[in-house]
Each structure stands twice: as C-alpha cells, then as structure tokens.
Design a binder for this molecule. Structure first.
Ligand code: SF4
Length: 291
C-alpha cells in the first residue's frame, strides 16, 4: 500500500497540538478557488515548475521556452521524460511522490523524539481522506504504538466516522452553512459534511472546527449568524471553533501549476470582521480555540 505525499515538514501547534510532523496527502475532491495548496488538488499530481530553476534544456520535448513551460505541449506529452531520474530537477517536477505505508510509518516512529509538548503526526492535504485505506492503515498502526494523531479534513468523506477511533485530534473545515453556496464554491454537496460535523461533535472527544472566512463568499452578517446557528445545533463539549482569515500565500503556486488564480482583493476580510464573528461565536457559549 502506498501514499502520495506532496509536502512534509515539522511545525509547532499550527496543525494540531505541540510539535508535529505534518504530511500533506495528494488529491482533493473540492475545488476552492482560494486554496493555498493547489499543487495538492489532482489525485495524480501536477507538473510543477519553479521559475528560479527552470531551464529550456529541462524538457526534451522543447516545451520550455525562455523559462516558461508551454502547458499545451505538456498536456499532450505521454512519456513525461522530464520526470525520469536522468532529467529530474527542481525546475520541473511532479508535485507529489509515492511512498509505501511502511516507509512513512517507520519515518514517523523514528521522529518520535521530536513530538514534544504533546505533538505527534498530522495528515492533511489536499484532502487526507481521499487516500482513505492507506491513511486508515497508518492511523491504526500509529495508535497501537501510542503516537498522537491528527487529521485535517474538509469533512466530505462518508467513511470519516470509521477513522474516529484512530484520530486523537480531528480538525474539520466548515466552509459554508448554505448548501447551494457550499456546492457553488467547493464543487461538493454539503450533506455529508453536515452529517460528519454532527457525528464528530457527538462521538469524538476532540474536534476543532475551522471556518476559512473569505470576502464575498461567506463573510456577510447573515453568514456569520447562520454559521453560529449551525454550530449551536452540534453540541459536544470537546468542540472548539476557529476562524481562518483569507490570505493569498498560495497565489504563486497556482501559476507554478500552470493555472490562473481567480481570487481578487475583495476576498480579503478585516480584523474587525474576525473579531465580530469570534464574539458572536463566544456569546452563544461556544468554545473559541484561540483567545
Ligand atoms: S511532461 Fe515533461 S517532458 Fe513532457 S512536455 Fe511537459 S515538461 Fe516536457
């Protein structure tokens, strides 16, 4: 069994408690235009370029001219010689690499001394549950040896509750309260997400719900009130909420994938909006994650 991974690294307390080894798993079923990790969207990865390293000679098919990759030529290329050992480079590469579950497990166990302050391992994406079976197998093995596990998910996989027993900290996105808009902005129906949010609040002891606040998408007064009404129906004493402010850190990555970044200035939200939304959440007795 293998896992496709597009990014890996340690961070402190950003993707779960303590110091953590974070794996970004390739593939996502959603298509959010504000995504900060677009290179993780496609299941099979994407040809990813780096302007500081790309050279015309890197493509044997002549698809690179003056440091720009012609994606029309690239899209028709079947042998992808640029990815072979002979041509492999930082200038043109596949966004992800494939590793066996055993390799990843051993790497995590070896990293154990680094998991201080209650840390451990986090699987995020892309959408981590898109690689459901290898993820499940790894989580079970990590649970057996007592390594703290966290999963960050958009909550749309119907089988997510089956993973609950093997996840110590569950981090779930809630991108919209409205079914039509959820579908419009993510490409995915809200029903399973709502079911999983309810199941997680009811059956899992540690759930952090995150709301990415995006101007013009989900940041109106009505949106905030409806989000809070939805959260009130969830219950669960182990549930926290956190608002994530829109940022455009991933903007350049869209270009590196050969795609257009479609968000504009109107997507930015103000600190005043964040403060107001946070107060609304807290005023209803819900537990806000950060003070
Ligand atoms: S996939 Fe690689 S070898 Fe093929 S056209 Fe694109 S850059 Fe060139």
């Amino acid at each position: 069994m293998t896992l496709k991974i597009f990014q890996k690294g340690f961070n402190y307390s950003q993707d779960g408690q303590g110091n953590r080894l974070v794996y970004h798993l390739q593939g996502c079923n959603m298509s959010c235009m504000w995504c900060a990790n677009p290179e993780g969207m496609k299941m099979d990865g994407v040809i990813y370029t780096d302007k500081d390293w790309i050279e015309d000679a890197l493509c044997p098919k002549g698809a690179v001219k003056e440091g720009e990759l012609d994606r029309m030529i690239c899209g028709r290329c079947t042998d992808r010689e640029c990815l072979s050992v002979k041509h492999r480079s930082k200038g043109i590469r596949l966004s992800c690499e494939e590793r066996t579950v055993d390799e990843v497990y051993e790497e995590i166990v070896r990293s154990r001394p680094m998991f201080y302050d209650g840390g451990g391992v986090t699987f995020t994406g892309g959408e981590a549950t898109m690689q459901f079976e290898p993820l499940k197998s790894l989580l079970i093995r990590l649970k057996e040896v007592g390594i703290h596990t966290a999963v960050e998910t958009n909550g749309s996989h119907p089988g997510l509750p089956k993973l609950f027993p093997y996840i110590d900290q569950l981090i779930m996105d809630c991108k919209h309260w409205d079914g039509e808009k959820h579908k419009k902005y993510t490409g995915v129906s809200i029903e399973t997400v709502l079911c999983n949010l309810k199941a997680a609040a009811r059956d899992h002891g540690r759930v952090d719900i995150r709301i990415p606040l995006i101007g013009g998408v989900n940041d109106s007064e009505e949106d905030m009130e409806k989000f809070v009404s939805l959260f009130q129906t969830l219950g669960g004493s182990g549930v926290t909420f956190e608002i994530l402010k829109y940022h455009e850190f991933g903007k350049n990555k869209w270009k590196q994938c050969g795609w257009t970044y479609k968000m504009d200035e109107s997507a930015h939200v103000t600190l005043e909006q964040i403060r107001h939304f946070k107060e609304l959440i807290q005023s209803c007795g819900l537990n806000y994650k950060k003070s």
